[in-house]
Each structure stands twice: as C-alpha cells, then as structure tokens.
Design a protein around this ligand. Structure first.
Ligand code: PXG
Length: 465
C-alpha cells in the first residue's frame, strides 16, 4: 500500500485529494483547481497546515472542538477503551459501561427531566431519530394524525433526508427531493435582514406568533412538534430578540406540542451555560446533541428525552437504531471530554472570562466601516457586513460576494472566520484565552480592512435598491 503522510509535498496531497476525495458542501471542480488547504496537526486553538503555517481556529473546527485540540487525556481514554472493548452493540438486550456512564452523565447535566438518551453518531442522525420518535410517541398516545413537524426557514438540522428536511435551507431543499412529507417551515427571527421598521422586540413576538398561526392553519391535532436551534448557527449566528423564546414557549405549552431544542451547536458550554435552553429559558421535551459532546474527537450525537416521552416510547419496541448507537470508544471520549469541561471549569471560563473579554473586543468592531452590527452570546458571534453603515441595507452584489471576499482575507491572514452570505461568524474553542482573543481580533480587523479596500476598489460597496 502506498503511504500517504504529513510529510508529502502539499501539491501531491492536493492532487490526490482532488482525484479521490469528494468534499461536502463544495464545488469540487473549483476546489480541485485551487487546491484544498491541508491541515496536518493542531493544539489548543491553533491549526498547522502542510506549509507549516499556524492558523487561529475561530470556528472550533465546525463549531465542535470545545476543549481545544490535542488533549492527551482524551487520546488516553480512547486508547484504553479500544484495548478493553472496542465495540459492542446495545440492540439485543446487552449494554456496556461507556454507554451507561455517558447516558447517566448527560441526564445529570441536562435541565429539567431530560433524563434519557438515545445515541446516534451525529446531529443529523439524532434529528432523524427525533422525527421517528415524536411521530411514534403520538401514535402510541392514540393520536397518529399528529405527525407534522414545524421547523424554520434558514434553520439547520443536518444533511440527511430527515435532518435537511427539518432544516429550512433552500439550497439544500433544491437538491434530492426535499423536504420529505409532513415537515413545514415558518419564518425565522432574523431582525437585521427581515425586521423592517419594527423594533427587535415587536419583531421577535411577530415571528414567534408565526408558530401559532401555522398551528391553527394546520390544526393543532395534526402537529407533533416544533424544532428550532436556540440560536441559529449555520444560518449565521442569528440570536433571536429577547421576546422570541418566551412567546414560543407559551405557544407550545398552550397547544401541547413537543418542543425539540436542537442543541448541536449551543450545547456543552457554547452559550455560557451547559445548554442554550438554559441561557434562553426554554423547556424542551427533547434536545438534539452532538459536536461539543465529544468536542469533535469522535462522531457521536444523541436525543435527550424527557421522562414522559421516554416512558411512552418504552411501552413498545421502537424499531430504530444505528450500529454505532452508544459506540463505546466514542462514549469514552465524550465522558472524558465532559470531565474536562467540568474539572477545568470551562463553562465558568466562558461566562466569567472569555465571553466578557470577547464581547468588549467583538462589539468594538461595530465601528469598522464594513460592519453593520455585531452579535455575541457566550462564544458564538456574528457580524453583518454592510455596504452602508446605519442602514441594514443588503449589498447590490449577489448575496455572499462580500462575505466570501472577507472570508478569503481571513484565510490569508491565518484566522478561520466563516461567512454565511454576508455575515461573518465565529465560534472559537471554549478554552480560548484573552491573549488569543486579541490575536483573533487583530487578524479579523486586518481581514476586514483588506476586504473593505478590495470591495471599494471593485465597486462592490453598492447597496441594493
Ligand atoms: N443541528 C445543528 C443545529 C447543527 O448545527 C446538525 C444538526 C447536524 O449535525 P451533523 O453532526 O450531522 O453535521 C448541525 C451541524 C456550517 C455547518 O457550515 C454546520 C453544521 C454542519 C456542517 C456545517 O456552519 N452543523
């Protein structure tokens, strides 16, 4: 077998990557011409690429590496578990210690009576589980017609048939025959782009009441559940107005529909509490978890289910599961990750140190000529790029043009900050220090300066009419 290693020339690795590796969410022909940036190792908040450049990872991988890269304790926990029991299933009346311990630990950490965990390998799979789980729940309650699930436009719940259907990404629905039947979407609480002349508070109430309107339109006895992210992540770090979640909670309570909080990004410290539901005062019946559960060190996710729903499901065989549900190595990794989060008081660090410091520096970017607003909760933040300050105007250029140019300047300046259309987003590892935040802001500012210069030179600072 041919050895392909970290020490090969970048060009060779790129050529092999282009020849054989199909990248997710990528125009692979264009990437093949340009060549992927090849990441070879990482430590803390720092990535190293095949050219030896060090890059500050402002996205914690893909919103997941909460404890930072290179944790020896997690490597040891994985190795120990592989030696002891690398795999066994939990289907046929068997169990194993890592799955038991992880489920029990999640039940301790999760709010309210969310005491039961159904394991999956990713957020997408967990949301597919949720679709089947809530529909089966209502069938067992003698209400099989309660099968419709309401999601939100520009929400993100994964990329499987079910996950992408729950999500409201138009570009995903356009491919592959989505959404699947029985899933509908309401408008999102995105005040900056859609709030018009309304105050954020009034707008938040209006967008929450869209749920009530949809329930009444469909008939409450046909609605199984509402699913939403406490803060939309992939949609652009859209933090809803303060009025939004209390009104949503009132509506789901009133009509007795299940509330699924998709905590795949907001879970495990990202918003300054263990879960985003705590930050926003939400009482979900089910939480979707993944990403920060293992800090990305292993693919694992799950549905955290409240007592009543779990008790109902328990009456019957639930014909659902994955070969790797509760995989022992992934579970051992997740347990060690949760131990680190607790023992090193990482969530307290977010709340008391990193968030306050980042908030000061992030919101100062609002003075930049290219920045229309800045938002931050815990350690997830966004800023809107603007062609005209003070106006909340969109760019005349195709949505995402300014964002892409800015992202390219970030990449060139060795800081990872993503763009969602013309919004820039960050979600750094939770262990980031004030000194590293200074470097993040320094590089982001330089990237914004360069992007502003380029947009100006190319006549792209025009607002849409
Ligand atoms: N729910 C939420 C809220 C997510 O953010 C998923 C479910 C799906 O998880 P898996 O593990 O199946 O990917 C996610 C994933 C992006 C981006 O571009 C975001 C995600 C995944 C890939 C890209 O911001 N979030």
């Amino acid at each position: 077998m041919r050895q392909i290693t970290n020490h090969m020339p970048t060009a060779e690795l790129r050529a092999l990557d282009a020849a054989h590796h199909m990248h997710p969410f990528t125009t692979n022909d264009a990437l093949a011409k340009k060549g992927a940036r090849i990441i070879t190792r990482a430590k803390g908040v720092w990535l190293t690429d095949s050219e030896g450049e060090t890059i500050l990872d402002g996205m914690a991988g893909l919103w997941c590496v909460n404890v930072g890269y290179g944790r020896e304790e997690i490597a040891e926990a994985a190795a120990r578990q592989i030696r002891e029991l690398p795999y066994y299933n939990t289907f046929f009346q068997t169990s194993h210690v890592p799955a038991i311990a992880l489920a029990a630990r999640i039940a301790e950490l999760a709010p309210g009576d969310l005491n039961h965990v159904f394991f999956a390998c990713s957020g997408s799979e967990a949301n597919d589980t949720n679709i089947r789980l809530v529909r089966h729940y209502w069938a067992l309650k003698g209400q099989p017609d309660r099968s419709i699930i309401i999601g939100r436009k520009n929400g993100y719940h994964g990329s499987t048939m079910g996950g992408a259907s729950l999500g409201g990404m138009v570009s995903m629905h356009e491919q592959g025959g989505l959404p699947i039947p029985g899933i509908v979407h309401i408008d999102q609480p995105h005040w900056y782009l859609e709030g018009g002349d309304m105050t954020p508070e009034d707008f938040g109430l209006m967008r929450a009441r869209a749920l009530e309107e949809k329930i009444l339109e469909l008939g409450a006895d046909r609605v199984a559940a509402f699913i939403a992210e406490p803060v939309q992540g992939a949609g652009g770090v859209i933090i809803p107005p303060a009025t939004y979640w209390p009104e949503i909670q009132r509506i789901v309570d009133k009509y007795g529909i299940l509330l699924i909080a998709d905590e795949v990004i907001t879970g495990f410290g990202r918003t300054g509490n263990w879960f985003g539901s705590q930050t926003f005062g939400i009482r979900p019946h089910i939480m979707t978890i993944a990403k920060g559960l293992s800090s990305g060190y292993a693919p694992i996710g799950g549905s955290v289910v409240c007592d009543e729903v779990a008790a109902t499901i328990a009456q019957d065989e639930f014909n659902h599961g994955y070969t790797y549900s509760g995989h022992p190595v992934a579970a051992a990794i997740a347990l060690e990750n949760l131990r680190i989060l607790e023992d090193e008081r990482v969530i307290e660090h977010v709340r008391d140190v990193a968030h306050p410091y980042l908030a000061e520096r992030w919101h100062a970017l609002a003075d930049h000529p290219l920045v229309g607003e800045t938002k931050l909760v815990g350690l997830m933040g966004s800023l809107a790029l603007t062609p005209q300050k003070g106006s909340r105007a969109r760019f005349a250029a195709e949505a995402g043009t300014a964002g892409y140019i800015t992202r390219e300047r970030c990449f060139a300046n060795n800081v990872i900050m993503r763009h969602v259309y013309d919004r820039m987003i960050i979600s750094p590892p939770l262990v980031i220090t004030p000194g590293e935040i200074d470097i993040l802001i320094e590089r982001a500012t330089k990237a914004l300066d360069e992007a502003y210069g380029k947009l100006k030179a190319e006549g792209l600072l025009q607002k849409a009419v």
